[in-house]
Design a protein around this ligand. Structure first.
Ligand code: CTP
Ligand code: ZN
Length: 143
């Protein structure tokens, strides 16, 4: 078993469903940060069988809200001075930028380059979001 040491500072994203670590890595744009990042894949877990873990040794305050949409079951741990300081309880984000596309085929976002689209939560149970451009509803579906 490969050993990855405990963090002095930073963020540990734990209990990621096995195979989904790389999606989270991409959505958080971890390729763009200069600090140490470790993606552990297929770690044996009593609860989950196998899981992925991401460790980020950083002072940066990364926005973890998008994780509530991708996988509300992950645990986000914040570490400071070598100690676990807090665990984040994830919820569906009120606003999602960039990771969804509009389901309305006539929406302007399919015809013009508009950049990242904002979606606003309208129904948490159904994971329904409203497009900022055409106001039609889109559900987030994981791939
Ligand atoms: N961790 C770390 N560096 C630290 C403290 C913790 O990398 N300085 C990591 C641990 O290795 C673990 C995660 O953060 O993967 C959560 O730590 P902890 O809450 O101590 O572990 P558990 O009790 O197993 O967490 P849970 O109850 O959420 O399963
Ligand atoms: Zn739209």
């Amino acid at each position: 078993m490969i050993n990855v040491s405990k963090l002095k500072k930073g963020i540990v994203i734990d209990h990621i469903e096995a195979g989904h670590g790389f999606q989270i890595y991409k959505e958080l744009h971890l390729n763009e940060i200069d600090d140490v990042v470790v993606l552990l894949k297929n770690i044996p877990s009593k609860k989950m069988g196998k899981k992925d873990i991401i460790k980020i040794e950083t002072d940066l305050e990364l926005d973890m809200t998008v994780l509530g949409l991708i996988d509300p079951n992950v645990t986000v741990n914040f570490v400071k001075d070598g100690e676990l300081k807090s665990k984040l309880q994830l919820t569906l984000p009120q606003r999602v930028k960039g990771i969804m596309s509009c389901k309305n085929p006539r929406c302007i976002t399919h015809y013009e380059k508009v950049g990242d689209i904002d979606f606003y939560l309208v129904d948490a149970e159904k994971k329904l979001y409203r497009c900022e451009y055409c106001d039609s509803y889109t559900t987030f579906i994981e791939d």
